[in-house]
Design a protein around this ligand. Structure first.
Ligand code: ADP
Length: 449
């Protein structure tokens, strides 16, 4: 086992990893920008080291400085959290060259899944059902018309290098295609330095269902059921639950086995998520994330496992302790993502927290790096807290969420907290009857009174 791990991240996910390390008796090194000197992850780690100025590009994404931090502190492994360098294959390569272990899959697997066309091809060949679409990249507008006419509108133009909902444009009809095609290309070029796009059939009523997988890197893999992350705004998840409403045991076992077999086949190591759109009883692969997800706690809650500890153990060459037949679901879990943003436009609202009070009690988990007097810097993602609640049934979990929300206090900045109280009043949320468009439609309806 490692004796010291460096966490190349900040905020709640850095704390999450520090907690797992502490339980495993592993020393931790926090890295931080000059804007994060007083951040909670710096206070909680055993050691800390400054890696650059506020801008993420110059600090949390600064590979040479992170490598130096490992060498100075003697860290033997790096946990990347999510975002930042978590899906950066060249970072993994550089770590390897320096004999530092990356806690995650190989550079090759990250590369394959990071390119959405290659990912789709790989999954198709492994027997995973995919969204109908172009065969690979679509280089010209003529080709785009040809593919879309064959498939029928609506279609969605997506960046091969895409992520975080960027580089994706919908063409409802033929008239929209030109704008969508060039729009997606331009956005992708600006965000990812790559303008390759592909085209998919646009599904009109799907749910976003993702399967948690975990591999030992030696041909063994399990699945840990699904999460429903359909409640999204601008393709960003807002509210996640597990198990997925309406997904029965037979369906879960079937898609779970397809996913576990696929990652076992490629000797995948560590945690991964295979994302699907689910419509009329059918699954369509959209992408695989080769890292821990923001919403992993809902899976941990219903399976009673610690995914981060397992990631660390597998990276250290220990045996995976999961066996598929031993994994079973107990109860229901929901996570809500609380952002420092001003409603109704979700504009970022950094600033000083005057009061922070976390809810407690049975079945309540709060993953947050906030504390009284903390100043949220304006340079990073606006996620400030994840509230995860667990109950025996979905109904009990919703009631617990309402109760926990009523206890939570975040004063000093605006947050998206009021959104969740309003959502819990909605019959569709209460019954689990929502798809990926539900939230956008609801927000629009609220805005227009
Ligand atoms: P990203 O990597 O940017 O998150 P994804 O491919 O995972 O992009 O898609 C993000 C979201 O966009 C999905 O959860 C879904 O809401 C929507 N989406 C993606 N592809 C389609 C599609 N073919 N039809 C309908 N919606 C889609």
């Amino acid at each position: 086992m490692f004796s010291k791990i460096l966490i190349a991240n900040r905020g709640e996910i850095a704390l999450r990893v520090i907690r797992a390390c502490r339980e495993l008796g592993i020393q931790t090194v926090a890295v931080h920008s000059t804007a994060d000197t007083d951040a909670m992850h710096v206070r909680m780690a055993d050691e800390s080291i400054c890696i650059g100025p506020p801008s993420g590009t110059l600090s949390y994404l600064n590979i040479p400085n992170i490598i130096s931090a490992c060498e100075i502190t003697g860290a033997e492994a790096v946990h990347p959290g999510y975002g930042f360098l978590s899906e950066n294959a060249s970072f993994v390569q550089v770590l390897e060259d320096h004999d530092i272990k990356f806690i995650g899959p190989t550079a090759e697997h990250i590369r394959i899944m990071g390119d959405k066309i290659t990912a789709k091809d790989t999954m198709k060949n492994l027997g995973v059902p995919c969204v109908p679409g172009s065969d690979g990249g679509v280089p010209t507008i003529e080709e785009a018309f040809k593919v879309s006419d064959e498939m029928g509108f609506p279609v969605i133009v997506k960046a091969t290098a895409g992520g975080g909902g960027r580089g994706m444009k919908l063409a409802k009809t033929r008239d929209d295609l030109e704008a969508a095609f060039f729009g997606a290309r331009a956005e992708s070029k600006a965000a990812f330095g790559n303008d390759e796009v592909y085209i998919e059939k646009y599904l009109t009523l799907p749910r976003h269902i993702e399967v948690q997988v975990f591999g030992d890197g030696k041909g063994r893999a399990v699945h840990l059921g699904e999460r429903d992350c359909s409640l999204q705004r601008r393709h960003q998840k807002v509210f996640e639950e597990a198990p997925g409403p309406g997904i029965d045991r037979e369906t879960r076992d079937r898609i779970g086995k397809v996913c576990a077999d696929a990652v076992a086949d490629i000797n995948y190591a560590g945690a991964g998520t295979i994302e699907f759109l689910f419509e009329r009883g059918e699954f369509f692969f959209i992408e695989m994330n080769t890292r821990l997800q923001v919403e992993h706690p809902v899976t941990e809650a219903i399976f009673g496992v610690d995914l981060v500890k397992q990631q660390i153990c597998v990276a250290a060459g220990e045996e995976m302790t999961f066996r598929q037949e031993e994994l079973s679901i107990k109860g229901h879990a929901i996570e809500v993502r609380i952002n420092a943003e001003t409603l109704p436009n979700f504009t970022p609202c950094p600033g000083k927290i005057s009061t922070f009070h976390a809810p407690g009690g049975l079945g309540v988990r709060m993953d947050s790096a906030l504390y009284d007097g903390y100043t949220i810097p304006p340079y990073y993602d606006s996620l400030i807290a994840k509230l995860i609640v667990t109950g025996n049934t979905r109904e009990a979990t919703l009631a617990r969420l309402r109760r926990a929300l009523s206890e939570l206090i975040v004063d000093g900045v605006d947050t998206t907290l009021p959104l969740f109280g309003a959502l819990l009043d909605e019959p569709d949320i209460q019954s689990g009857n929502y798809d990926i468009h539900w939230l956008e439609n609801w927000l629009e309806a609220q805005a227009s009174g």
